[in-house]
Ligand binder design. Structure first.
Ligand SMILES: [Zn+2]
Length: 81
């Protein structure tokens, strides 16, 4: 077997207006709780953790295992595969 299981990419949208916020390389299963900054593949925001379209805050800056991460505010984003 030469195939390696790679992390899948998910798309993160603003729950309020549907704006496409991030493309994110998510490891593991389950709900999206946080985004490691270095795993955001595409960032359509202005980096202030607010939706550029409607201004809704969707995450908070934090550190997880010494890495900068954006902690998602539950209910503020929609995640699609
Ligand atoms: Zn929005």
């Amino acid at each position: 077997m030469s195939s390696r299981r790679s992390a899948r990419t998910v798309r993160v949208y603003c729950a309020s207006c549907g704006f496409y916020l991030y493309k994110y390389r998510k490891g593991g299963g389950g709900k999206l709780v946080k985004c490691f900054v270095d795993k955001i593949v595409q960032d359509n925001t202005e980096g202030d953790l607010r939706c550029p379209s409607c201004g809704q805050a969707f995450a908070r800056e934090t550190m997880v295992y010494g890495r900068p991460a954006n902690k998602i505010i539950q209910g503020k984003v929609t995640v699609k595969r």
